[in-house]
Design a protein. Structure first.
Length: 201
């Protein structure tokens, strides 16, 4: 039997204004799953960091009250409407030499004018439809994108690769639970994020 060149495993996260009751409690805060959320707003594409932001941020996007920052080993988000709650999805034991690459150059560029010092300005900064974490794990890339008012990401898995090496640690959650449909419910102070159950295709 011929194996497909890659297998994609998809999960998506949406932010819900009122926390939904969880069906089953999760015993630990380490989960074997993936992704990030969204609403409507500016910077829908992933804007590359050309020095306008400090820290480990390589790309960032914003939709409404949700800001997402992509770091080499983590997806981090800030929920404005949830009293500034911050969540992190950290890829445990990932390869150290991972690279983040923008895919699908968007039609919009951004200018960042920080004060009067033109040396700090960043002009014509590109934005992309997707970001690829290349080589995050052996035989596994991760592609992050926005679709249907939410952020989602795929695990792009090469044949004969053990997906059990992927472990995602959730930071900043007040609770973790598994819902009736197998989705991960990530609780915050005033809302909940629903991460859909993984789908392979």
């Amino acid at each position: 039997m011929r194996l497909p060149s890659v297998i994609r495993i998809l999960t998506a996260v949406a932010v819900v204004a009122v926390a939904a009751p969880a069906t089953h409690s999760a015993p630990e805060r380490t989960v074997r799953a993936q992704t990030a959320p969204a609403t409507g707003g500016l910077m829908e594409d992933f804007v590359a960091n050309h020095g306008q932001w400090t820290g480990d941020v390589k790309f960032a996007a914003r939709r409404g009250g949700v800001a997402v920052a992509l770091e080499p080993h983590a997806i981090r988000m800030s929920l404005d409407r949830d009293a500034g709650a911050r969540l992190g999805f950290v890829f445990e034991d990932a390869n150290r030499d991972v690279t983040l690459e923008g895919e699908g150059r968007g039609p919009t560029s951004y200018n960042f004018l920080d004060g009067r010092d033109r040396g700090l300005w960043r002009l014509d900064v590109p934005a992309y439809e997707r970001v690829l974490y290349r080589g995050l794990y052996d035989g596994i890339d991760v592609q992050v994108r926005e679709k249907d008012e939410r952020f989602e990401y795929d695990l792009v898995v090469s044949p004969h690769t053990d997906v059990r090496q992927v472990i995602v640690r959730v930071e900043g959650a007040t609770s973790l639970a598994v819902g009736d449909n197998g989705e991960l419910v990530v609780g915050t102070a005033a809302s909940a994020m629903h991460q859909t159950a993984p789908l392979a295709f």
